[in-house]
Design a protein. Structure first.
Length: 131
Protein backbone atom coordinates (compact mmCIF):
# COMPACT_ATOMS: atom_id res chain seq x y z
CA UNK A 1 0.00 0.00 0.00
CA UNK A 2 2.78 2.47 0.86
CA UNK A 3 5.71 1.20 -1.24
CA UNK A 4 4.16 1.74 -4.68
CA UNK A 5 7.14 0.60 -6.78
CA UNK A 6 8.13 -2.31 -4.52
CA UNK A 7 11.73 -1.17 -3.94
CA UNK A 8 11.55 -1.72 -0.19
CA UNK A 9 11.49 1.94 0.85
CA UNK A 10 8.90 4.70 1.11
CA UNK A 11 9.69 8.00 -0.59
CA UNK A 12 8.17 11.40 0.07
CA UNK A 13 6.06 11.03 -3.09
CA UNK A 14 4.79 7.59 -2.05
CA UNK A 15 3.91 8.82 1.42
CA UNK A 16 2.10 11.80 -0.10
CA UNK A 17 0.07 9.55 -2.41
CA UNK A 18 -1.07 7.38 0.48
CA UNK A 19 -2.00 10.38 2.62
CA UNK A 20 -3.98 11.91 -0.25
CA UNK A 21 -5.81 8.61 -0.73
CA UNK A 22 -6.73 8.80 2.98
CA UNK A 23 -8.20 12.27 2.52
CA UNK A 24 -5.22 14.21 3.87
CA UNK A 25 -3.59 17.12 2.05
CA UNK A 26 -0.05 17.35 3.45
CA UNK A 27 2.33 19.97 2.12
CA UNK A 28 5.71 18.99 0.68
CA UNK A 29 7.24 20.59 3.78
CA UNK A 30 5.15 18.37 6.08
CA UNK A 31 6.01 15.24 4.12
CA UNK A 32 9.74 15.98 4.07
CA UNK A 33 9.69 16.87 7.75
CA UNK A 34 7.94 13.60 8.57
CA UNK A 35 10.39 11.54 6.51
CA UNK A 36 13.32 13.38 8.12
CA UNK A 37 11.95 12.74 11.61
CA UNK A 38 11.76 8.95 11.12
CA UNK A 39 14.66 8.43 8.70
CA UNK A 40 17.21 7.22 11.26
CA UNK A 41 19.76 6.12 8.66
CA UNK A 42 19.52 9.49 6.82
CA UNK A 43 18.82 7.80 3.46
CA UNK A 44 16.04 10.22 2.51
CA UNK A 45 13.51 7.37 2.51
CA UNK A 46 11.75 5.20 5.09
CA UNK A 47 12.77 1.53 5.12
CA UNK A 48 10.84 -1.31 6.78
CA UNK A 49 12.51 -0.97 10.21
CA UNK A 50 11.89 2.78 10.27
CA UNK A 51 8.29 2.19 9.16
CA UNK A 52 7.71 -0.25 12.03
CA UNK A 53 9.29 2.26 14.41
CA UNK A 54 6.75 4.90 13.32
CA UNK A 55 3.89 2.74 14.54
CA UNK A 56 5.72 1.80 17.74
CA UNK A 57 6.15 5.52 18.47
CA UNK A 58 2.51 6.26 17.70
CA UNK A 59 1.47 3.68 20.27
CA UNK A 60 3.79 5.03 22.95
CA UNK A 61 3.92 8.77 22.24
CA UNK A 62 1.22 11.23 23.06
CA UNK A 63 0.69 14.38 20.97
CA UNK A 64 2.54 16.53 23.52
CA UNK A 65 5.62 14.29 23.34
CA UNK A 66 5.48 14.29 19.54
CA UNK A 67 5.29 18.08 19.47
CA UNK A 68 8.30 18.29 21.80
CA UNK A 69 10.24 16.08 19.37
CA UNK A 70 9.36 18.38 16.47
CA UNK A 71 10.40 21.41 18.53
CA UNK A 72 13.75 19.75 19.31
CA UNK A 73 14.32 19.14 15.59
CA UNK A 74 13.92 22.87 14.91
CA UNK A 75 15.93 23.95 17.98
CA UNK A 76 19.26 23.00 16.43
CA UNK A 77 21.49 24.28 19.25
CA UNK A 78 19.17 22.92 21.97
CA UNK A 79 18.95 26.19 23.88
CA UNK A 80 15.16 26.02 24.21
CA UNK A 81 14.42 28.53 21.46
CA UNK A 82 13.90 28.52 17.70
CA UNK A 83 15.63 31.49 16.07
CA UNK A 84 15.09 32.77 12.53
CA UNK A 85 18.47 31.27 11.53
CA UNK A 86 17.52 27.85 12.91
CA UNK A 87 14.15 27.94 11.14
CA UNK A 88 15.80 29.04 7.90
CA UNK A 89 18.36 26.21 8.10
CA UNK A 90 15.65 23.60 8.71
CA UNK A 91 13.61 24.92 5.79
CA UNK A 92 16.64 24.87 3.51
CA UNK A 93 17.54 21.31 4.60
CA UNK A 94 14.00 20.24 3.74
CA UNK A 95 14.32 21.77 0.29
CA UNK A 96 11.89 24.60 0.96
CA UNK A 97 12.54 27.68 -1.10
CA UNK A 98 12.42 30.48 1.44
CA UNK A 99 14.59 33.39 2.46
CA UNK A 100 15.98 34.34 5.84
CA UNK A 101 13.55 37.28 5.79
CA UNK A 102 10.63 34.85 5.38
CA UNK A 103 11.94 32.81 8.31
CA UNK A 104 12.17 36.01 10.37
CA UNK A 105 8.56 36.82 9.50
CA UNK A 106 7.40 33.32 10.52
CA UNK A 107 9.20 33.71 13.85
CA UNK A 108 7.66 37.18 14.33
CA UNK A 109 4.18 35.73 13.85
CA UNK A 110 4.70 33.06 16.52
CA UNK A 111 6.78 35.21 18.91
CA UNK A 112 4.25 36.35 21.50
CA UNK A 113 6.69 37.96 23.95
CA UNK A 114 8.67 39.88 21.33
CA UNK A 115 12.12 38.48 22.13
CA UNK A 116 12.85 37.58 18.50
CA UNK A 117 12.72 33.83 19.01
CA UNK A 118 10.12 31.15 19.71
CA UNK A 119 10.12 29.12 22.92
CA UNK A 120 8.23 25.85 23.36
CA UNK A 121 5.10 27.51 24.76
CA UNK A 122 4.90 29.84 21.75
CA UNK A 123 5.60 26.92 19.40
CA UNK A 124 2.88 24.85 21.04
CA UNK A 125 0.47 27.77 20.61
CA UNK A 126 0.73 27.33 16.84
CA UNK A 127 -0.90 23.92 17.07
CA UNK A 128 -4.33 22.88 18.27
CA UNK A 129 -4.72 19.32 19.47
CA UNK A 130 -7.95 17.54 18.62
CA UNK A 131 -9.21 14.86 20.88
Amino acid sequence: MFDKNGDGVITTDELGSVMISLGQRPSVFELKNFIKAVDTDKSGTVDFEEFVDIFARKVTMDPEAELREVFKAFDRNHDGFITPDELYNVLMNLGEKSSLNEAKEMIREADKNGDGKVDYTEFKGIYTFKG
